[in-house]
Write a protein that binds this ligand. Structure first.
Ligand SMILES: NC(=O)c1ccc[n+]([C@@H]2O[C@H](COP(=O)([O-])OP(=O)(O)OC[C@H]3O[C@@H](n4cnc5c(N)ncnc54)[C@H](OP(=O)(O)O)[C@@H]3O)[C@@H](O)[C@H]2O)c1
Length: 290
């Protein structure tokens, strides 16, 4: 398949380019310099000139607190961008896959959020992402929305790699122990994209690592254990104690009814995913990991 990946400089975008290339796809990864997804003429020109089979949108403005202070920028990147890409895909008859977030839910539910639950975003970032889902789906029937959450992976500014880097320098870290999500390894998430493109079944998918979900504190503790780091460096705190500008859901654990219904194999268990991640980062920087 001929695939364009937007936001290819980001955590998920890099994993997507790597995974799709391994799967044998003809992949063009475009970072923000190569394509600003909120630039209508650039989006149209890029998609029309390349005429891909699939466009996978991993671009977003992911600064959850920053979005509270610049709603226009959030809406351009997270809502207008997916809409423009969906319209361009429609023009060339390409499948469109766009990544969204567990934060579309308000966290008031006990248990897992499925496709049957009504989104109710709490902040500007979450609202802009939900708007992006809806605009994309309204613009082009062959749209797949992939919601994920608590994503970690190599080389990005995600919470887990930041924690590991700082702990390896002996720094103490505060971790939230009273909000819960479904941790997801970027490589495992990206590993689903090829299959979703092959299936070409539009809808909303919740793609996360398997298991009961976890708090950031449990994720960090597991990673520290796997990486052989001192757990005493971690201090548990509550979500409310941080008083951050953007509200976050207390529970955003996801489960995918659609994947189950079509018989997709479960994703690896989240603790195993963290183990794999810790081993890969240790292999990449052996001196830091000891
Ligand atoms: N990380 C998580 O825990 C998490 C959880 C749930 C859902 N998601 C979703 O997963 C997707 C990928 O996120 P990520 O974790 O990979 O975030 P990321 O590392 O911040 O990557 C996003 C990329 O998009 C780029 N970008 C921003 N605005 C753009 C624009 N207008 N045009 C083109 N590119 C633009 C960014 O470039 P610059 O850095 O140069 O701005 C960045 O390289 C997003 O849809 C996000 O909402 C992430």
């Amino acid at each position: 398949m001929k695939v364009i990946v937007t936001g290819a400089g980001g955590l998920v975008g890099r994993a997507a380019v790597s995974s799709l290339t391994t799967a044998g796809d003809d992949v063009t990864g475009l970072d923000r310099n190569a394509l600003d997804i909120s630039d209508e003429s650039a989006v149209r020109a890029t998609v029309e000139s390349q005429s891909p089979d699939v466009v996978i949108n991993c671009a977003a403005w992911t600064d959850v607190d920053g979005c509270e202070f610049d709603q226009q920028r959030a809406m351009r990147a997270n809502a207008l961008g997916p809409e423009l890409l969906a319209l361009a895909c429609r023009k060339v008859g390409a499948l469109f896959i766009t990544i969204s977030t567990d934060y579309v839910f308000d966290g008031e539910k006990e248990g897992f959020y499925t496709q049957r639950d009504q989104p109710n975003p709490l902040g500007v970032y979450a609202a802009s992402k939900l708007d992006g889902e809806r605009r994309a789906q309204a613009s082009w029937a062959r749209t797949i929305v992939v919601r994920s959450g608590y994503i970690f992976g190599a080389g990005g500014l995600n919470f887990l790699s930041t924690f590991l880097d700082r702990a390896r320098r002996g720094q103490h870290l505060k971790v939230i122990n009273d909000s819960f999500g479904t941790p997801t390894y970027a490589s495992h998430l990206a590993g689903r994209f090829h299959r979703l493109a092959e299936l070409d079944l539009p809808g909303i998918y919740h793609i996360v690592n398997a298991g009961e979900g976890a708090s950031f504190a449990q994720v960090a503790e597991t990673a520290f254990e796997k990486a052989g780091l001192d757990r005493e460096l971690l201090e548990n705190i509550s979500l409310d104690s941080l008083s951050r500008p953007a509200p976050r859901p207390r529970n955003s654990r996801l489960r995918c009814l659609l994947s189950e219904a079509i018989g997709m194999e479960p994703m690896p268990y989240w603790r195993d995913a963290i183990c794999e991640f810790a081993e890969e980062t240790a292999a990449a920087s052996p001196s830091e990991a000891t």
